[in-house]
Every structure is written in C-alpha cells, then in structure tokens.
Design a protein around this ligand. Sequence first.
Ligand code: ADE
Length: 252
Amino acid sequence: MRIDILTILPGMFVGPLEEGMIRKAREMGLVEINVVNIRDFTTDKHHVTDDYVFGGGPGMVMKAEPIIAAVEHSCRWSEGEGVNPRVILLSPSGEVFTQEMAVSLSSERHLVFICGRYEGVDERVRQTVMTDEVSIGDYVLTGGELPAMVITDAVVRLIPGVLNKEEAAEEESFSMGILEGPHYTRPREFRGMYVPEVLVSGNHQLIARWRRKEALRRTWHRRPEMLRDAVLSPLDRKLLAEIWLEEGAAEN
Ligand code: ADE
C-alpha cells in the first residue's frame, strides 16, 4: 500500500510516522508513506496556499490549485500501477470514521489524504479530485493532520503482516464489535488487588469463557448500544443472561 499525506504542516508528522508499529510496517516494506508539502505545488512568488473567502467573512480558505496539483502529482503513481486511488479529504463535515471504514481502506493500494486547514478548502477540490470526505468525530480540530494520522494508524495495523498471527486472528474473530475486557500481567498481587484466580488456573476453556464474559460485561456497562449490532453466539447470550442476573443482584 502507498499512502500520500498532503499538508502545509509536514513537520507535524515527524514523530508519529517514525515510531512503533507504523515504523515497523514501513521498514518491512508493507506500506510506503509520503508526506507531501502542498506549498511545493504553488506557482506564485510567495508560495501562497490560502486566500480570503469570496462573499466576505472571517478566516481563510485553502486555495484549490496547489491542492489539486499535489493530488494529481500523487495520482500519477496509481495511474502507472493501474489502480484507483482513494482521495480522502479530512473535514468535520465528512462521514464519521469507523473500524468498518478502516477495514475497507486497508485493502486499497493507494490512499491520498488532503489535510484541510483554516476555514476549509475551496469547494472545487471536492468537485474534482476528492473521492471521500471523512471526519474522525463530532468535534473541531485545527486541521486534518491529526485525523490523517488517526486514520493512517487504524488502517496500517490492519495491513496483512503488520499484526502478528495471533493478534490478527483475534482481530478477525470474536473481538470485533464489543469492547475489550480486563487484562493483567505480573505481579499476581499489587496493593492488595489480585489477578482473578481463573486466569492462573491453566484451564484454557474456562479462561476463554471468563474473558468473553468480562468483555461482554464491560460493553453492557459502557456501550450497551454496541450489543445490539454485535454478532453474538448462543454462548454470548447465555453469558449476557448470567451478567444480567449478577448485575441485577449487585444493584439490589
Ligand atoms: N478537521 C477539523 N476537525 C476535523 C475532524 N473532526 N475530522 C476530520 N477533519 C477535521
């Protein structure tokens, strides 16, 4: 996969793309990530990337020409490869990003992110090169740079070979659609708090059941609406019934 991130603040990406799993994925050649400075695609003497809003009003709007020139430059690669790029504009007006979208994007060959700043980008960017408009949530950030990093992170970890085999299997199977339950590591006792006995029992079947049940319990408490859409097995329903009884008992 190739990811091009178009921004006027390339310095913002220096840390996040050079650490941890993203760094590993890049070093393994599983993803190529290019941070592209939109300013390099200006043609005027002062390298201007923004301008006043037609019709008046506060703030500045990012100019269409340098952004479109940068996108077209990036897309020469996908043209050469014969693949369709996804050109994604980050903006608070976009479709809200989900894990499902991350899964869908992880099977693409070429992603191009356009990081908007100021009041937004000239509408003609939407009309020409953009294929998707994505928001990472209902709050307003100073620009699309952090959202581009968030989406890159969520997508890159799903590229085959980035997670190890066990992690990938867990991702694919039952962990999707509900929250993670509690995890413990050494020591077995810490400030009077103990690791649940079942986890050190060596009984793998009981451990799997306990983990699933506690993940369901956490979801039931924190995000009950997720249980409506989750794929639940007959055992899950049995565990939820147990939880319902236990929690009801705890309340009274
Ligand atoms: N730009 C500013 N806020 C944003 C958000 N929430 N998502 C995507 N891009 C943005």
